[in-house]
Design a protein around this ligand. Structure first.
Ligand SMILES: O=P(O)(O)O[C@H]1O[C@H](CO)[C@@H](O)[C@H]1O
Ligand SMILES: [Mn+2]
Ligand SMILES: [Mn+2]
Length: 400
């Protein structure tokens, strides 16, 4: 074993430029980090990410204001996704060695009548909307109707998701979760929907509606063991912080820590870093995606990156010499791009340890699974994934 504790931070949706297969997804020209940094025109300061080598990943087409540095502290590169889709589930499962190759159910024209009927019968409520729409727009448009009639707002997006928005003043959190659980059960083999997402919100009218952090994702259970299971079976600790737990339906995660926001996610990760364990702490920071990417908010996304960078500084200070920090993303969600959906992009890869004297390039990884393979390699476990470990590359250039 080389590193005792591995921290993996997934900056949800922080892509670093259109992937080579972006055209298949109609995402040519998408560039989450590129468009945010050029919107901010050098005003966006990301000192910690820059020092690690974020700008070095894009030496060929530099990010405005996030430039390559001469001696990056981390090993840097980018990863290509091989999963069939570009949702969080595809990205996270692939990272942990299980690319999603079997296509999931997409419903761009709304869910079939029998499914809607089943939801209505189970809940005793009428279903409204039933089409792809943004989650903030849908409550602004239909939230008042929901308050009047008690109807369920069911909607989807470009991903394999069935989302149910409910004002908790009339549909309690318990009831919403119960309905989502039922929908989860009936959409596993038939419909094969990736995630059923409970979207609670509060507010008396349109001017006040606000979604809460009680969002819950009921994801398909990974059909095979992932790196998380392999670690646990070998006796290593697996700690999930934030949405990570939902994305794996808890499978392979021994300790599950709920978070309220990106900031809280960093607080909880720092707290974990102050404990002694041997294994993996796997954190997802979802605000980038949910609050700024899908909302196509370049300004807010930039601020969230700066806020993250500051908290990253704190995490770096809490790392020990035999820790490894892996920073990456699960897909893109370019706030400067058309539509409101995820974008098929490369994701950044930064690998840092206080034990490194400096880093260098890890190149373009052919699959996110290289990350999981590296973790297995680190803990001297057999690589049962299609990923290729870059652990030995992390021994390059070191003074030791
Ligand atoms: O518009 P909201 O409700 O944020 O939903 C978005 O969040 C889902 C999960 O990331 C995506 O599939 C997209 O639909
Ligand atoms: Mn995501
Ligand atoms: Mn999303």
């Amino acid at each position: 074993m080389r590193f005792k504790r591995v921290f993996t931070l997934v900056l949800d949706s922080v892509g670093i430029g259109a992937a080579k297969d972006a055209a298949k997804f109609d995402d040519e020209g998408s560039d989450t980090l590129g468009h945010i940094t050029s919107y901010w025109n050098s005003e966006l300061k990301l000192p910690n990410l820059t020092a690690l080598g974020l700008g070095n990943i894009r030496a060929d087409s530099p990010l405005t204001g996030v430039l390559p540095v001469e001696a990056p502290l981390a090993y840097y590169g980018k990863m290509q996704e091989i999963s069939a889709g570009k949702d969080s589930m595809d990205g996270h499962w692939e990272m942990m060695g299980l690319p999603v190759t079997e296509p999931l159910g997409f419903f761009p024209n709304g869910f079939p009548e029998p499914l809607i009927k089943a939801i209505e019968e189970f809940s005793g409520r009428k279903v409204i909307v039933n089409r792809p729409i943004s989650g903030t727009e849908v409550i602004a448009k239909y939230g008042e109707e929901q308050l009047e009639t008690g109807a369920l707002i069911v909607y989807t997006s470009g991903d394999s998701v069935l989302q149910i928005a409910a004002n908790t003043a009339i549909i309690s959190l318990d009831e919403l979760y119960r309905i989502c659980k039922y929908v989860r059960e009936i959409t596993i083999d038939e419909y094969h929907i990736g995630r059923i997402i409970a979207r609670p919100y509060v507010g008396k009218d349109k001017s006040e509606f606000k979604r809460t952090s009680d969002r819950h994702d009921f994801t398909l259970v990974p059909p095979k063991d992932t790196v998380l299971d392999m670690l646990g079976q070998a006796g290593f600790e697996v700690i999930g912080v934030g949405k990570t737990n939902d994305i794996f339906s808890g499978k392979g995660i021994a300790t599950r820590i709920h978070t309220e926001s990106n900031d809280d996610g960093m607080t909880k990760t720092v707290e974990v870093a102050q404990t002694d364990f041997t294994g993996l702490c796997f954190t997802n920071l979802v605000d980038f995606d949910a609050m700024y990417g899908h909302r196509r908010d370049l300004e807010g996304y930039g601020k969230a990156l700066a806020a993250f960078d500051e908290r990253l500084g704190e995490l770096l200070q809490n790392l020990q010499v035999n820790d490894l920090l892996l920073i990456t993303a699960d897909h893109g969600n370019d706030p400067g791009f058309k539509g409101t959906d995820h974008t098929r992009e490369y994701v950044p890869l930064l690998a840092y340890s206080p034990s490194f004297s400096k880093g260098s390039s890890l190149g373009i990884r052919e699959t996110y699974a290289d990350l999981g393979a590296t973790i297995l390699d680190n803990f001297e476990l057999p690589n049962k994934t299609d990923g290729k470990s870059f652990l030995t590359d992390l021994r390059r250039d070191q003074d030791e």
